[in-house]
Design a protein around this ligand. Structure first.
Ligand SMILES: C[S@@+](CC[C@H](N)C(=O)[O-])C[C@H]1O[C@@H](n2cnc3c(N)ncnc32)[C@H](O)[C@@H]1O
Length: 286
């Protein structure tokens, strides 16, 4: 597909497999995790991923700022949960490790904090394992998060996390890759029903209100649909419904920059509506 000379291509334009890339992945097919890695400034991506990322960045130069807002929300939410006493985290759709990973934030507050990273993408999983090998407070699971029963029954989860104690379940920039016919509410319910009371659900999600879809947003979504994966954007009311069974923490479901900003400079300065919502919910005591 998108050839050309780049960091992973040889002089005849064939994609070369770097030693961090598992042998069974298709280097010519863009992946959500690797395109995201490129947006975040990472090095674990190929020409096909960079081509999609560059195309979408040209359509929507704001995209990098948007992605960084998802990562920043992740950090604020994890620090909030640590402040509420949570010391175990299940990071679903965790991606390719980059700056500000959950275990780094959590263990900077409590070295005993535990994290299980779950992703379907082989590069995300391989890189996570190579970075975290030897850390007994972190496990990495390659699994489809749409199957909560298998994820929660896995040794990676059960050997590390105590499901009878509160856990922070993170779904950052994940659920817009789960379509309505895949039943995101049912998937979340599969996790919620197994969690101890006092556990938290943290979600960030791309989306906007009906009157806000700009031509550039539509173009980016079309590129993703064609080249990478199906994408389902959701508005505030739709995201709110996904928190069924959780009590929303203040300020409820809001645009990402508006969730508990940690400094006065933090709120988004562009003045434009931010195309994404987020929230944190707490599973009530029985
Ligand atoms: C946009 S990235 C976000 C990564 C990370 N949560 C972050 O905020 O930096 C979405 C991640 O979800 C993963 N993903 C998408 N669908 C998945 C599924 N059904 N099961 C497991 N992982 C999935 C992708 O592989 C990718 O790494």
């Amino acid at each position: 597909m998108m050839g050309g000379n780049g960091p992973n291509t040889n002089e005849v334009g064939r994609v070369e497999r770097p030693n961090w890339a598992p042998g069974d992945i298709d280097l010519e097919r863009p992946s959500v995790a690797r395109v995201y890695d490129y947006y975040l400034g990472g090095a674990h991506n190929f020409a096909a991923d960079r081509a999609v990322a560059q195309q979408t960045l040209e359509m929507m130069p704001d995209l990098r700022r948007i992605v960084l807002n998802h990562r920043a929300f992740l950090g604020r939410a994890v620090r909030y949960l640590l402040g509420r006493g949570v010391r175990q985290f299940l990071d679903l759709g965790s991606g390719i490790p980059t700056v500000g990973n959950v275990h780094e934030i959590a263990q900077s507050v409590d070295p005993a904090a535990k994290v299980v990273y779950v992703d379907l993408d082989p590069v995300a999983v391989a890189h996570s394992r190579s970075l975290l090998d030897g850390d007994e407070r972190v496990n990495v699971l390659q699994a489809d998060v749409r199957d909560p029963v298998s994820v929660l029954a896995s040794p990676e989860v059960n050997d590390l996390l105590d499901l009878d104690e509160p856990i922070g379940v993170l779904m950052i920039a994940l659920l817009h890759f789960v379509s309505d016919d895949e039943n995101p509410a049912g998937i979340i319910g599969g996790y919620r029903d197994r969690l101890a009371p006092g556990s938290f659900l943290v979600v960030s999600h791309s989306g906007y209100e009906a009157d806000e879809e700009t031509p550039e947003l539509r173009e980016v979504r079309t590129v993703y649909e064609k080249a990478v994966t199906r994408t389902t954007l959701r508005n505030k009311a739709e995201l709110t419904r996904l928190f069924d069974g959780f009590e929303l923490v203040e300020p409820g479901v809001v645009r990402l920059p508006a969730w508990r900003p940690e400094s006065p400079e933090h709120p988004d300065a562009s003045g434009r509506p931010f195309p994404g919502f987020c929230a944190v919910g707490r599973k009530a005591q029985r």
